[in-house]
Design a protein around this ligand. Structure first.
Ligand code: CO
Length: 134
């Protein structure tokens, strides 16, 4: 069912520092910050030849990233995003097998303007999984 790895998301306490590191030290192609108020995050995408890195920084007091950064003050891998062809079919298939979908269960529009869903990490070997319809 899942296809390509769309991105790996890394939560960072300091966006500027992370951007400098990826740009200057690692020589990557780093995009511009985008605020995603629906998701409580500011994101920056880094293009790699075979996938992307999504730098995540909290936006607002209720950001889901705040608790993560409290537990991981220097930042860390937050989620991985896999591509699916049909997000509703993927959701229904997973729910029918007992996997928990976070939030209302309805896809939201993600940072790429495409529908996304998140799956409960406790159902997936401790990894928060984002599904994105491509
Ligand atoms: Co993501």
């Amino acid at each position: 069912m899942i296809g390509r790895l769309n991105h790996v998301a890394i939560a960072v306490p300091d966006l500027t520092e992370a951007v400098d590191q990826y740009k200057k030290l690692l020589g990557a192609s780093v995009g511009e910050p985008q605020d995603e108020p629906d998701h409580g995050v500011t994101v920056i995408f880094i293009e790699l030849p075979n996938t992307k890195i999504e730098l995540l920084h909290p936006l607002g007091e209720n950001s889901p990233i705040n608790a993560f950064l409290e537990k991981n003050p220097s930042g860390g891998i937050h989620h991985v995003c896999y591509e699916v062809e049909n997000i509703f079919e993927a959701r229904d298939h997973l729910s029918a097998q007992g996997a928990r979908i976070l939030g209302s269960g309805d896809p939201k529009i993600g940072a790429h303007g495409k529908p996304v869903l998140f799956l409960h990490p406790k159902d997936f070997t401790g990894t928060l999984i984002e599904l994105e319809q491509v």
